[in-house]
Structures are given as C-alpha cells and as structure tokens.
Design a protein. Structure first.
Length: 101
C-alpha cells in the first residue's frame, strides 16, 4: 500500500475533514499562529517530494510482489510443431448468455 492519502500527495498537507470541523480536536480548537502555520506548511512542502518518492517505491515493490505471486501460479506449457491446439472456442457465439449449456 502507498500509506499516503491522495490529498497529501497533491497538496503536501493532511486535509481537515468535515467531522473534525464539527467535533473539537487539537487542530481545530487550537490552530497554529499564522507565522508558525506558514513555517509548518513550508516544512511539509519540503517533504512532499520525499513522500512521493517513498510512495512510488512502495507501489513498485507491491507490483513486483503481485507479479511474482501471479508468475508462481502460472503453468508453463511448451508446444512443438505438430502439437494439436484449440485455435478457437467451440461454443457458438450466437447463443448468448441465456442459452442452455
């Protein structure tokens, strides 16, 4: 998993959801002073590229694990010249999904 919200990946900071606005929380009850808030935002924006890189690495690792798991379950088949193979489905394609088996 990426472990980051899409909002943070784009904007570089966590979103305040409407439930947090209605319910008292540390972020909504005691917001930072404007200067401290600007500094915190700058620090978050400095970390955005690192967060994106880390998320990208985690995503690539996850994809590799998925591919490895899939490939481990695939049955390898080798064909030789002259082997009989089914070239097309023998089912009549005009019957539709409600036709009898």
């Amino acid at each position: 998993m990426i472990e980051e919200t899409p909002f943070r990946m784009v904007y570089g900071t966590e979103a305040v959801i409407p439930v947090e606005i209605g319910e008292p929380s540390q972020r909504t009850e005691h917001p930072l002073e404007e200067e401290m808030n600007d500094e915190a935002l700058c620090e978050e924006l400095d970390l955005v590229e690192e967060i994106r890189t880390g998320a990208s690495l985690r995503e690539a690792t996850l994809k590799q694990k998925i591919v490895a798991r899939h490939d481990s379950k695939v049955i390898k088949r080798e064909f030789e010249v002259g082997s009989l193979v089914l070239r097309r489905n023998a089912k009549d394609s005009h019957e539709g999904k409600l036709a009898a088996n």
